[in-house]
Design a protein around this ligand. Sequence first.
Ligand code: ZN
Length: 159
Amino acid sequence: MTRFRCVPMDTASAARFRATRRDDRGGPAHSRIVDGPGFPCRHCLRLGTPGEEMLLVSWDLPRPLGPYWTPSPVFVHARDCARAEVADRLPETVTANAIVSLRHYDAEGMCLYDLGVVVPGAEAEAALRPRLADPRVAFVNIHTARPGCWLAGVERIEG
Ligand SMILES: [Zn+2]
């Protein structure tokens, strides 16, 4: 079976947003207090719990570079949180989402259109596993399907 790990936001980016309260587009970080579902932290890959403060920022995604590069709106906990270490399963930030988009890229960051799929978050792992076994795939980005916000990266564990 193909093994995989989830790739959260890097800790330096999360720390930068907390310290500066500015986003990667030069705008202010927007403070939001969790009052229901829909606040997925991209650093710990956990859902914000009621009463927690989250920062909503525009983040320059580290990959893919090249023509498919995009920034993304993302939430991150305003407090320090531990960077997620999740392997061989998808985090609740993905599985709890009603509908997600799996975007597959090769080692040059080119999008593999034939593998792209939109599925309920609870079904994303079943869709992901056979696609990750495709040797062309270097990594996958999972986005919310409707607004298109990045949720997490995924890459194979080789060997
Ligand atoms: Zn967090």
